[in-house]
Design a protein around this ligand. Structure first.
Ligand SMILES: NC(=O)c1ccc[n+]([C@@H]2O[C@H](COP(=O)([O-])OP(=O)(O)OC[C@H]3O[C@@H](n4cnc5c(N)ncnc54)[C@H](OP(=O)(O)O)[C@@H]3O)[C@@H](O)[C@H]2O)c1
Length: 199
């Protein structure tokens, strides 16, 4: 027997052993392989999105960025990131002192950033909010809108436990205020928008 025949003779049982497995083992094996493939694809997608995909160059959407509710949480984070990238800012919030604090912090860190603040209460008169925003952005090229306006309960509770005032504000801010910002005149054409309201 030459070497080739010996190799063939040895490899034959391996092929046969796969064929000789019970059907349910083959089904399980296929199912397991597909599952592993699904997880591998999800993992590589996660790595791609979180580490490899290039960041969007927001400056190409013009220099001014408008952020609603920039004094806390996610909105504040966006505000600092935009200033770091070189955008000028229009900060729209309800508390003048907090708006000043955020502006001062940004100016101290990124001296070149131009900042305009607009004091509005999104639980108040929304047409007045839009009027003030329009006034502030007149003549500016607003290319990025971080429409962060939105609120939730301070803690989890049943619907019937929510008091009337909170419910009214929830609906007003989450349902009415979010689209209202889009009707501001200087930002109604082309702009890059991130909307964060969870409602
Ligand atoms: N955090 C999350 O896990 C999560 C998840 C999904 C979606 N979101 C959405 O992301 C957005 C921001 O969430 P966040 O957690 O960063 O919020 P946050 O930390 O609670 O900050 C709330 C911001 O909203 C402002 N604000 C509240 N009521 C206002 C009103 N009537 N008029 C004007 N400003 C008002 C606050 O201003 P003051 O500083 O003056 O109080 C503050 O700047 C919301 O739209 C939320 O629905 C959040």
């Amino acid at each position: 027997m030459n070497l080739l025949s010996k190799v063939k003779a040895r490899s034959l049982p391996t092929c046969n052993s796969a064929q000789s497995q019970p059907f349910w083992v083959l089904v399980l094996f296929t199912w397991g392989s597909l599952l592993a493939l699904k997880f591998a694809i999800a993992f590589f997608k996660w790595v791609f999105i979180n580490f490899l995909i290039p960041a969007k160059n927001l400056k190409k959407y013009k220099f001014w960025a408008l952020v609603t509710e920039p004094t806390n949480g996610i909105g504040k984070g966006f505000t600092f990131q935009l200033a770091r990238k070189g955008n000028n800012l229009i900060l729209v919030g309800r508390n003048p002192d907090k708006l000043k604090d955020v502006s001062d912090l940004i100016q101290a860190k990124y001296g070149k950033t131009q900042i305009k603040t607009v004091v509005v209460d999104f639980a108040g008169d929304l047409f007045e909010c839009v009027r003030r925003v329009n006034e502030a952005i007149e003549g500016l090229d607003v290319g990025v809108v971080i429409n962060n306006v939105g609120m939730s309960y301070p803690y989890a509770r049943y619907f019937h436990e929510v008091d009337e005032e909170l419910l009214k504000n929830l609906i007003k801010i989450n349902v009415e205020a979010t689209p209202m910002i889009k009707v501001a005149e200087g930002i109604e054409d082309q702009f890059y928008q991130v909307s964060l309201s969870s409602n």
